[in-house]
Design a protein around this ligand. Sequence first.
Ligand code: PSU
Ligand code: MN
Length: 331
Amino acid sequence: MRLFARCARAERSGAERRGEERRGEERRGRTTTLHRVDHLIRVTDEVEAALEDGRAVVALETTLVAHGFPAPTGIEVGLASEAAVRDAGAVPATIGVLDGRVVIGLTAAELERFSPDARKLGPRDLAPCAVQDAIGATTVGGTLAAAAAVGIRFMGTGGLGGVHRGFPTPPDVSADLGVCARVPALIASSGVKSLLDVPATAEVLETLSIPVLGYRVDTLPLFYAAEGGPRVSARVETTEEAAAVADAHWRLGGNGILVGRPPDESLDVAALTEEILAEANERGIVGQEVTPFVLAALHERSGGETRRVNRDLIVANAGLAGEIAAAHAAL
Ligand code: PSU
Ligand code: MN
């Protein structure tokens, strides 16, 4: 068989062979500097080097930057999250679509371009946005899909998307859940988004075999509120323990893992959230528009309280993701 292949090659013309060698070199080149030269994905040198050396890398999203806070607060939250990841001994990789590419490791100047005009990108929106050369802010699902393509396994965020209240009217279930089920990544969060049907989301997380780990707590945090959520599937006491669980889960063929860390300052905005959701419903606000609308209204009507707690919990979760990633790299 091998002999036949060699003979067949010998019969080819020199030009054909040279073409074949060049393509082979390109392929080999792509495996060493895979992402930097790729026309679809750009990875910064720092992130690429960390991934190659097996050092800790944490993915961060841009939906929070563009749509989670009134401009320019989101940029500040993004930069503070990156600093928290660094303080924890990991390399931050903020992800978004810019200039026709999926960028893994946005610079501060690039991050500034993520204004509220940016598209909100779930996983299915990455490709159209890149091809159409639009600016795209990735959700948890969009960020994880891009992160997984280059081998990043840790992420920090505010809250995971899930099953919206009133399901099946509307039948709104975030793509965050689907991506978590199919990529091996650990997400440090304050639970799921507070405006969701949290018990239903917790059930779907179980159906999708996604472990829900409580970081020093027995119940999943309710985003702004520390208490009152459903029971977690396991409690962990340390970042080393979380890293060891993640490693074991992945070795057993598992994928996404949600870690819930309670916010340091707990706020009860349940009634206010209900009121705002009813308003969104009356106004016909649906789908991807719901979260930005609710967050903006909460921030306004709580006199900025939710914005402060939201900011602080996002930065703290980024730091926790960094610590767990560093513990995992040291295993
Ligand atoms: N939680 C927040 N603010 C946000 C989000 C979550 O406090 O902006 C974003 C995240 O990017 C999450 C997304 O992935 O909302 C989910 O949106 P949807 O339900 O449209 O999939
Ligand atoms: Mn949705």
